[in-house]
Design a protein around this ligand. Structure first.
Ligand SMILES: Nc1nc2c(ncn2[C@@H]2O[C@H](COP(=O)(O)OP(=O)(O)OP(=O)(O)O)[C@@H](O)[C@H]2O)c(=O)[nH]1
Ligand SMILES: [Mg+2]
Length: 141
């Protein structure tokens, strides 16, 4: 399985997604530092929200096969700049998380991820499990 590094703002749903991908029961656990597992790298949202730490994330992407930009479907804006995917020499996919949320606007969030340079977008919910098998199948290729 390819190693996926998840990047996104605080509460984007990165850790919940790692739990869903592993088939675990979803339980809230604040990410305090980079968690480097066998197939998943989970990062704290503060890294993408702080300019200086963003550079550290780009460097750390060397540890992964694929970088996933995670953006919750109910976000009012995107923290990812246009064409940000060029900062890393890894494949970058977009992950629209929380598609089960009542105020979800997956179509709007998808556009922002495409503007940032993501060619391939996955739509997932860690709560309902929707979209999780598709993402696993992609990592398994
Ligand atoms: N409804 C819904 N809630 C979700 C989903 N994924 C995550 N959440 C909720 O969003 C909150 C934050 O989720 P986390 O997975 O901890 O977010 P994170 O991106 O890891 O946040 P940091 O570790 O702070 O960077 C939790 O209360 C989750 O239960 C989802 O797919 N659907
Ligand atoms: Mg987390």
């Amino acid at each position: 399985m390819k190693k996926l590094m998840l990047v996104g703002r605080v509460a984007a749903g990165k850790t919940s997604l790692t739990q869903a991908l592993r088939g675990e029961v979803i339980h809230y656990q604040k990410t305090q530092s980079i968690h480097h597992g066998a197939t998943l790298i989970d990062t704290p949202g503060e890294y993408i929200e702080t300019r200086q730490l963003g550079g550290a994330l780009a460097l750390y992407a060397y540890e992964a096969d694929i970088v996933g930009l995670v953006l919750s479907a109910d976000e009012p804006y995107s923290p990812f700049s246009p064409n940000i995917t060029g900062l890393v020499n890894r494949e970058v996919i977009g992950i629209v998380s929380g598609i089960d949320k009542p105020r979800a606007r997956p179509d709007r969030v998808e556009k922002w991820l495409r503007l940032s340079g993501c060619k391939r977008i996955f739509f997932v919910s860690a709560v309902t499990g929707e979209g999780i098998p598709e993402l696993i199948a992609y990592l398994d290729q």
